[in-house]
Every structure is written in structure tokens, then in C-alpha cells.
Design a binder for this molecule. Structure first.
Ligand SMILES: Cc1cc2nc3c(=O)[nH]c(=O)nc-3n(C[C@H](O)[C@H](O)[C@H](O)COP(=O)(O)O)c2cc1C
Ligand code: SF4
Length: 488
């Protein structure tokens, strides 16, 4: 849902250094095995800077180093793949060979935050999704011809596959769609996408056996690389969120009822905990609302959060939406992107979203999750996120009980130093995010993510920050990091 008139940014009143020192935002908080110095958090954001094989490049390390300059209490490294499958220039952790590169990343964050930032890595599993095919390719190669197709084009069982394919290709588009099953039509119009309930596929049937071990192996590697803990990605469009989804119709005890849907998530948590022990932090990111028809809503999400807390989850980071089900149709040759439909807009709300606007939009959800968690274990912090970009908003969210920790993704991208500026009484110097999603557009195109407020610096706007990799994007047009800010 969008509206034509953009919402204006909320007025910002910045604290003096003394006020910041007395604030709840800049007070310590226990997060499982560690204490974060402040309740400030940079959530996972993929920068599209790894090698095609998923290795940490100097550009990835510069990216996280730049966030560490702002000294957030916690920094979460992007969604990192736990399997040996290609995923483009996104980090991977599905083999021991990734550990040395990730160790360098950890070291850079330690150094540049002066040891003040705690570091987590988000662990993700995702199922296969194909790019939207050319109609001819789909009909000639991907479609498995069945009797349904034969009868749709009026051919008998003796007709060759070649003839059936040719007859389907000759149909008007609407008639072609009618001759296909819902999944076949989706494969043609959006690109084929696996579901966790495709249990006729052996690798999907076996997910409950394979995933706990894969997550545990990845968590062990994260600890070996020096991370303070892991964030299990149970949110958005990916495998674990699909198990939790109310749309999950698996009939093997891992779907349908909420007890069935939460089962694998609890088994993953148990396997990870057993592997890393009690001395490391294990939390998750989850959806408080999928925002899709027939999807999981807040009641089930609050119940999931209670179960996670009971089972020893160390923190719960709350997100919303970001699903494939309502994503826009991709162009031919491109894959669907789960942040293009209404649920995607809820995940990264812009100033053009409908009432009540983007600012702190998702805090009522984190508040409800927190209420559920508090009943089980009040020590477990809940992380709130979505359109938070001022001190006033952050402090109010904490004081009012909307969350225990404030996360800001795009505001931290617009100005990674903003936490440190606020803490030192220099909030007036914060470069404020305008929430129009230029960065998200780059993510959608799988381009190196930057912010429109700093990626084309003019003369006199400061000096480039320390960097060990390229300072400019592959096409040379954009600066990959914001210029340095000089603390007093
Ligand atoms: C470029 C970009 C990449 C993102 N990548 C991830 C990700 O890897 N994992 C994740 O859980 N959320 C991801 N997000 C969502 C953010 O963590 C956050 O939930 C969302 O932007 C809303 O918070 P904000 O209003 O503070 O930006 C991404 C957001 C952006 C803008
Ligand atoms: S590109 Fe726009 S939405 Fe993204 S961080 Fe920068 S100002 Fe915010």
C-alpha cells in the first residue's frame, strides 16, 4: 500500500553527551552470554560484496568495519548461507574454508569499534528459486508434459511430447495459463520456486534431518571465526520462516498445527545450542506477522516466541513481512524478489507507505512479542526495528516497553557514525535516512548496496574512510563507503 504524499521525517531532538550517558538507549543489556555496552543494534543487511563463491572480500570487510566505526552495541553480519550452494556475491559459511575470511571480518570490527561492538552473524537457509523463463524455454524444456496438457490442446495419448509442446505454444496466453496447474503457471510467470511442503522431492522431505546439523556446523564455524554468537534467520521468505508459516501444509509432523510448524525451529535451536554450548549467544530473527493471505499472524508468532524463550533462545529480533507470495512479477531472466509486494513494503517501510506511516511502524508487534517473552523469561531481550532513526523514537520505544534493544538498518546505512554521534552529544551532525529505498532498489538488482546520501560525494565533504578494497563500485560510478567522520 502506498500513498502519494510522503510522510515528513519526525523532528529530532538530540541528547547532550550527559543525557545520552543517562539514557536507556546507551545503557548496557544482557544478550545471552554477553553484555552489550548499549541497546543499539545494526541488523543484518546484505551488501552484495562477496566473491561469487561466498568469500569475504576486502570490500565486505570494509563494509562491516565502517559500521563498527559507529560503535553500535551489536552488529549483525548479513544473511550468510549455511550450505554448499552458489548464492551469488553473498557471504557463505557452509564449509571450513570460509572461516579464515570471516575471522578477518571479526578482527576488523573489533579494531574499528575499539572492542565496543559485539558481533553476530545471521545464518540462513533458502530453497531453490529459478529465474522467470522465456515462454519458449519453459514450454520446450521445463514443463513436464501430462495428460492434462494433452487434453487442453485436444490431443490424444498417442501424441508426441513435441506435438503437445508445439500446440501449447500456439495457444493464446490466457488459454495457455488455464491449461497449466497453479504451480506450472507460477513457474512460467514468476520462475519455479520450491516449497517446504514439496515432500515428493527427497531433499525437501529430508530437511528436518539435514537442517539441524547444517545450522549447528555453521554456528560452530562462526564461533571458530571469533563471532560472539549467531542469529538464526527464521524470518522473511526463507526456509525456516516457511516451516513456521501458517501456509505450511507438510503432513509429517513438521507442518499444519503450530506445534508442528515450530518443531523444526526448536530442533535447529537445540542442535546449535548443543554444539556451541551455553557460553555463546544464540538468538533468532522472526516474523511477528507474515502479512500475506493465510499467513502467520501475531497470535501464532507470540506463541512461537514463548516456545523459543522456553527452549533457551537468547534474544528475539522482530521483523515483519518480506515474502515471495505477494512479490511482483519479475522480468524475464530475473528472479522474484520478496520485498516488492505489500509484505515487502512492511518489511522496509518507506515514507510513502499507508497510515500510520513508516516511523516505528512495527513497534506494536515487537511490543506484543516482548509481552509474550517476558512472561516466560524477562531477561531475554526483544529487538525492535522498522523506521527508527532518531534518539527520541529510540528512547521512547525502550521506555514504553516496545522493545529492549533498538535496531536501525537504513539509518545506520545512511550514517554508520550516528550512534557514536548521539552518544557524544553531536547528534546535530547525524545524516538522516530519508526512507525512500534507493538502497533496497540496489539490493533488488543484486548491485553493491550504497546510500544515495553519500555515494557520490562532492568536494569538501570529508575524506574517504580507511579501506583495504575498492572504494568505488564495479561500474566506477558510486563510492562504496561513506566518507570518514572525525570524532572530537
Ligand atoms: C539493503 C538491505 C539489505 C537487507 N538485508 C537483510 C538481511 O540480510 N537479513 C535480514 O534479516 N534483514 C535484512 N534487511 C532488513 C533490515 O534488517 C531491516 O529489518 C529493515 O530494513 C527495516 O529496518 P529499518 O527501517 O531500520 O531499515 C535488509 C535491508 C536492507 C535495506
Ligand atoms: S538510500 Fe535512502 S532509504 Fe537507503 S539508507 Fe540511504 S537515505 Fe535511507
Amino acid at each position: 500500500m502506498t500513498r502519494t504524499e510522503p510522510y515528513a521525517l519526525p523532528r529530532a531532538i538530540w541528547p547532550t553527551a550527559e543525557e545520552a550517558g543517562l539514557s536507556r538507549l546507551f545503557s548496557p543489556v544482557r544478550v545471552g552470554a554477553f553484555t552489550a555496552r548499549t541497546r543499539t543494534w545494526v541488523p543484518a543487511m546484505v551488501p552484495w560484496r562477496s566473491t561469487e563463491e561466498g568469500d569475504a572480500t576486502p570490500e565486505v570487510i570494509d563494509w562491516y568495519g565502517r559500521f563498527a566505526d559507529g560503535r553500535p552495541g551489536v552488529l549483525v553480519v548479513e544473511a550468510t548461507g549455511i550450505r554448499e550452494v552458489p548464492s551469488g556475491p553473498l557471504l557463505r559459511i557452509g564449509h571450513d574454508r570460509f572461516v579464515p575470511g570471516l575471522s578477518k571480518l571479526v578482527q576488523a570490527v573489533r579494531e574499528r569499534s575499539h572492542g565496543e561492538t559485539r558481533l553476530l552473524i545471521q545464518l540462513i537457509d533458502f530453497l531453490r528459486i529459478r529465474r522467470r523463463p522465456e515462454k519458449e524455454t519453459f514450454l520446450s524444456r521445463f514443463l513436464a508434459v501430462t495428460d492434462r496438457h494433452r487434453s487442453a490442446v485436444g490431443l490424444s495419448g498417442d501424441a508426441t511430447e513435441h506435438d503437445v509442446r508445439a500446440a501449447l505454444a500456439a495457444l493464446p496466453h490466457d488459454a495457455l495459463l488455464e491449461s497449466l496447474t497453479v504451480r506450472e503457471a507460477e513457474a512460467l510467470e514468476h520462475g519455479e520456486r520450491e516449497r517446504v511442503w514439496d515432500t515428493h522431492l527427497p531433499h525437501i522431505q529430508e530437511l528436518p534431518e539435514t537442517l539441524p546439523g547444517l545450522f549447528a556446523d555453521a554456528a560452530e564455524r562462526a564461533i571458530a571465526a571469533g563471532f560472539d554468537g549467531v542469529e538464526l534467520h527464521f524470518a522473511h521468505a526463507y526456509t525456516m520462516a516457511s516451516f513456521l508459516s501458517a501456509r505450511n501444509v507438510r503432513d509429517d509432523g513438521y507442518g499444519q498445527t503450530r506445534e508442528g510448524r515450530v518443531r523444526l525451529a526448536l530442533e535447529v535451536l537445540a542442535a546449535v545450542r548443543e554444539r556451541v554450548g551455553p557460553g555463546r549467544t544464540v538468538g533468532c530473527r522472526m516474523l511477528a506477522d507474515e502479512v500475506i493471505e493465510g499467513g502467520t499472524g501475531l497470535d501464532d508468532a507470540a506463541w512461537f516466541a514463548s516456545e523459543f524463550t522456553r527452549a533457551g533462545m537468547d534474544f528475539i529480533s522482530v521483523s515483519k513481512g518480506g515474502k515471495f507470495e505477494d512479490a511482483k512479477q519479475p522480468k524475464v531472466g530475473q528472479a522474484a524478489y520478496p520485498y516488492t509486494g505489500p509484505s515487502g513494503h512492511e518489511c522496509m517501510p518507506t515514507v510513502r507507505i499507508d497510515a500510520p506511516g513508516p516511523f516505528g511502524r512495527n513497534l506494536p508487534l515487537s511490543r506484543a512479542i516482548r509481552n509474550a517473552v517476558q512472561k516466560i523469561n524477562p531477561i531475554v531481550p526483544v529487538v525492535g526495528c522498522g523506521g527508527i532513526g532518531t534518539f527520541t523514537q529510540s528512547e521512547a520505544a525502550l521506555v514504553d516497553g516496545d522493545c529492549d534493544i533498538v535496531a536501525a538498518a537504513r539509518q545506520s546505512l545512511a550514517d554508520p557514525d550516528w550512534w557514536h554521534k548521539m552518544a557524544t552529544g553531536r547528534g546535530e551532525e547525524v545524516r538522516r535516512c530519508i526512507y525512500t529505498n534507493y538502497c533496497e532498489g540496489l539490493d533488488q538488482k543484486h548491485k553493491e548496496v550504497t546510500c544515495q546520501l553519500w555515494d557520490r560525494p562532492k568536494g569538501g565533504e570529508g575524506t574517504p574512510p580507511p579501506h583495504s578494497g575498492r572504494l568505488r563500485s564495479i561500474d566506477g560510478k558510486r563510492q562504496l563507503l561513506p566518507n570518514a567522520w572525525r570524532p572530537a
